[in-house]
Ligand binder design. Structure first.
Ligand code: TRP
Length: 455
């Protein structure tokens, strides 16, 4: 055995700290904002089924691989990949995997922050009772008047970026760890309250049928790619976020158990969000395919009608903001860790610089909903935001994840992964290795080829 390495940025204080932080990264806007709206756009049940299959066959094996590489490398993803490639006698180009991840994280955060800004705006609106007694139309109008106003969006985007960079600047222990501990369980409780409300809307059954009874005729090849991309997005995989969190993980912690806990919690939150939102959609005659505004156009209807809705509504958006916050910090952490390691910057300096560039890029997303929403500003019929989302989530993350899997089981020596995973060489290890070696790469490649029309 080689002497164990430690990251220069510190370590998690315990197994729970890591599981919570990684769950904090995984559970975010992806579960509550994105999962319902893409499920609505892609017809429900069949899409959900493909998404769940992707979590199990692609997401879980890759998450184990990604945590493992991070813990073995103990550095930012670029340096981890360079170092591990060297250690395993492989080509230095593996470090570009780290670079692609940094780019993906930066691009995702630039729009993630804008959407988190919507949640900030809604915290104020629900809390002040704006939605009380409104019809679905009234709630819609409030959403459209928000996104039509670039200045307001910019103000909220700016606030969210500042919040994110403050936490990142404070570093692993004091910054990243603390926020998650109490807020995640509370979010779960609140989602249950909302599901409880939705059970009484009269459309709960219809929503369950929509979510869980698959109708494959509604699926296009592109839907399958989007379901897979979302599996990567929702588990924070394929860009080094989980790798960098893994690099702060103490040696004795079981990667397998942590992975199942994180993936389980993440999936639970997404399904609960679906069960809270779709009954409201159907009970109010709204369309499930309303797009990125879906939760902002549905949940306020419920808050406007339920007793204590102002309180519950404000609490819900507050928790959503925390969920987004703990995800956002992981999107930028690989870049910040790299700047600290290779550019000799202080964390504060690195966080400020990274935050400013991301903030600027976010303007493109803000304008996608107003001054650049016309056809003149679209490419392939997609706005800047749509393109950015498609490129990062459906292409960069699966490609990054594929390469992580390939590195972990093809480039790395078997002994290295046995020793790092720490589950021995028994059936569990062999199952992981088999799935990651054959099933995962083939599945990702087939879905890619299918989506571009080759298959
Ligand atoms: N998983 C988060 C969500 O569902 C988003 C996120 C955080 C992410 N870190 C990531 C997505 C890294 C991809 C890669 O909201």
């Amino acid at each position: 055995m080689r002497p164990s390495r430690e990251a220069i940025h510190g370590q998690w204080s315990s197994r729970w700290a890591f599981v919570l932080a990684a769950t904090g990264s995984a559970v975010g806007l992806g579960n509550i904002w994105k999962f319902p709206y893409i499920t609505g756009e892609h017809g429900g049940g069949a899409f959900v089924l493909i998404y769940l299959a992707c979590i199990v066959l692609i997401g879980i094996p890759i998450m184990m691989a990604e945590i493992m590489l991070g813990r073995r490398g103990r550095r930012s993803p670029i340096n981890t990949m360079r170092h591990l490639a060297q250690e395993e006698g492989r080509h230095g180009f593996w470090r570009y995997l780290g670079w692609m991840g940094i780019l993906a994280g930066f691009l995702i955060l630039s729009y993630y922050s804008v959407i988190a800004g919507w949640a900030l705006a809604y915290l104020v609106r629900t809390g002040s009772g704006v939605f009380t007694g409104l019809t679905a139309d009234g709630v819609n109008n409030i959403f459209y008047s928000l996104v039509a106003d670039p200045e307001r969006l910019l103000a909220w985007h700016t606030l969210f970026m500042v919040m994110t960079m403050v936490v990142v600047a404070r570093g692993v222990r004091s910054g990243l760890e603390r926020a998650v501990r109490y807020l995640m369980p509370l979010l779960l409780v609140l989602l249950l309250v909302l599901v409880g409300y939705s059970m009484n809307t009269g459309a709960f059954q219809q929503a369950l049928v929509f979510l869980f009874s698959p109708d494959f005729s509604k699926l296009s090849p592109n839907s399958v790619l989007i379901a897979m991309g979302h599996a990567f997005f929702t588990l924070s995989l394929g860009m080094g976020a989980i790798m960098v969190y893994g690099s702060y993980l103490p040696r004795h912690v079981s990667i397998t158990r942590a992975t199942f806990t994180i993936a389980g919690a993440d999936t639970l939150v997404a399904l609960l969000a679906g069960m809270a939102i779709f009954p409201i959609v159907f009970a109010n005659g709204l369309t499930p395919g309303a797009g990125p505004g879906l939760i902002f156009q549905t949940l306020p209807i419920a808050f406007g009608r339920m007793p204590g809705g102002e309180f519950f509504g404000a609490l819900f958006f507050l928790l959503l903001i925390f969920a987004a916050w703990t995800s956002a910090i992981s999107l930028i952490e690989p870049l910040v860790a790299y700047l600290v390691e290779n550019m000799r910057m202080s964390r504060v300096m690195a966080a400020t610089l990274a935050g400013m560039v991301t903030w600027l890029f976010g303007l493109g997303t803000i304008f996608s909903f107003n001054i650049w929403s016309g056809d003149r500003y679209k490419l392939f019929g997609l706005t800047f935001f749509d393109l950015l989302d498609y490129l990062t989530v459906n292409i960069m993350l699966p490609l990054g994840g594929l390469l992580i899997a390939v590195f972990a089981v093809w480039a790395m020596r078997r002994e290295s992964s046995v020793s790092e995973l720490g589950i021995g060489d028994g059936r569990l290890y062999r199952a992981w290795r088999f799935v990651t070696r054959y099933i995962t790469p083939v599945a990702v490649s087939l879905i890619f080829l299918h989506a571009i029309g080759v298959l």
